[in-house]
Design a protein around this ligand. Structure first.
Ligand SMILES: Nc1nc2c(ncn2[C@@H]2O[C@H](COP(=O)(O)OP(=O)(O)OP(=O)(O)O)[C@@H](O)[C@H]2O)c(=O)[nH]1
Ligand SMILES: [Mg+2]
Length: 318
């Protein structure tokens, strides 16, 4: 299964938040104080289901932007482009659209065409608060921005697959956006998502079901809100489980014996269950929150699901 290495470009104006997003996806703490503007292009590697993905974080200062646009080779063989726009920098929306347009001029020459995603970053703070009110100018401005981006895409015979609002203070927003991006280029993720949905359908009252790989990458998930646990809370819990899982892996799993493969923990007042799985020597984690189920039977459920998921993942790898 010698797939060519995949390539993702992360582009956008300076200060848009590109490098911060990459740090989160790589499970690093984002240090908002010390992060520096990226000089030129910084390449990072990601591994999703055994496929190598090279993430090119294109520093967005004007000087670099000019250089890139003069060297179309930089854009060659790109599988997906993630264009990042700082929602809070409203004065530069038009500049961002202009750069998006110039970028598409080059990308539209590629065959096959890359998948295009928009990440609307910094959806937090005062911006978030104001956005929650209906009929605010923010929403109108954002709608106008999206229309312009759409128009630019259409003009170059391309299409935008999706646009996501993200914030580095809501880690789930970043993981979920990148899940869609990975899924667009690693097609096996779609099979895993379908399989997870299929097995979860038999377990009523499932509020959270997440499948992570050993590096904390999201492979599949389903969040189902209810009156008692609304989506906001699910998102908060889901984000924290990834952080917890990484801690767990770092601190315990290497040292503690194999039977330590099930953990139940309270996050935001909810009992979250995590089952470690193994498929072809790789570790995976199944995270679940099931309403009104006793711990013992929940553990049985996770074990069973975990078992079918490991088999599915092993078959997938072949
Ligand atoms: N409020 C808020 N600030 C953010 C967010 N993401 C990044 N920032 C801040 O925005 C600034 C720029 O972030 P970077 O990730 O360096 O931006 P960049 O797009 O890589 O910038 P260049 O490398 O110059 O192209 C930093 O001070 C970050 O802390 C976010 O989601 N919310
Ligand atoms: Mg940067």
């Amino acid at each position: 299964m010698a797939n060519a290495k995949k390539k993702i470009l992360l582009a956008g104006l300076d200060n848009a938040g590109k490098t911060s997003l990459v740090e989160i996806v790589q499970n690093k703490m984002v240090d908002t104080v010390t992060i520096q503007p990226t000089k030129g292009i910084s390449r990072k590697e990601a591994q999703i289901l055994g496929e190598s993905i090279s993430v090119h974080d294109m520093g967005g200062q004007a000087m670099y932007r000019r250089q890139y646009l003069q060297r179309p080779i930089i854009y060659g063989e790109t599988d997906a482009v993630v264009f990042v726009i700082d929602l809070q920098d409203r004065a530069r929306y038009d500049e961002a659209v202009g750069y998006f347009d110039s970028t598409l001029v080059i990308l539209s020459q590629l065959n096959p065409l890359p998948k295009v995603f928009i990440l609307l970053s910094k959806y937090d703070g005062d911006y978030f608060t104001e956005f929650q009110q209906k009929d605010t100018p923010l929403r109108t401005e954002l709608d106008e921005l999206l229309v312009k981006l759409q128009q630019a895409a259409v003009e170059h015979d391309m299409s935008i697959i999706d646009a996501f609002r993200t914030s580095i203070f809501n880690e789930w927003s970043v993981y979920a956006a990148f899940f869609e991006i990975w899924s667009s280029i690693v097609t096996r993720l779609n099979d895993i998502q379908a399989y997870l949905e299929h097995v979860i359908a038999d377990i009523p009252d499932t509020q959270i079901a997440i499948l992570l790989d050993g590096s904390g990458n999201l492979l599949a998930y389903q969040l189902t809100e209810s009156a008692s646990v609304p989506l906001d809370a699910l998102v908060e819990i889901a984000g924290k489980t990834i952080t917890f899982m990484l801690e767990w892996k770092k601190n315990k799993i290497n040292r503690v014996a194999k039977e330590q493969d099930f953990v139940s923990l309270k996050i935001e007042g909810q009992s979250v269950l995590i089952q470690k799985l193994e498929a072809d020597k790789d570790d995976y984690y199944l995270v679940m929150l099931i309403k009104s189920v006793q711990l013992k039977s929940a553990q049985d459920i996770l074990q069973k699901l975990g078992f079918s998921l490991s088999i599915f993942l092993s078959i997938q790898e072949k």
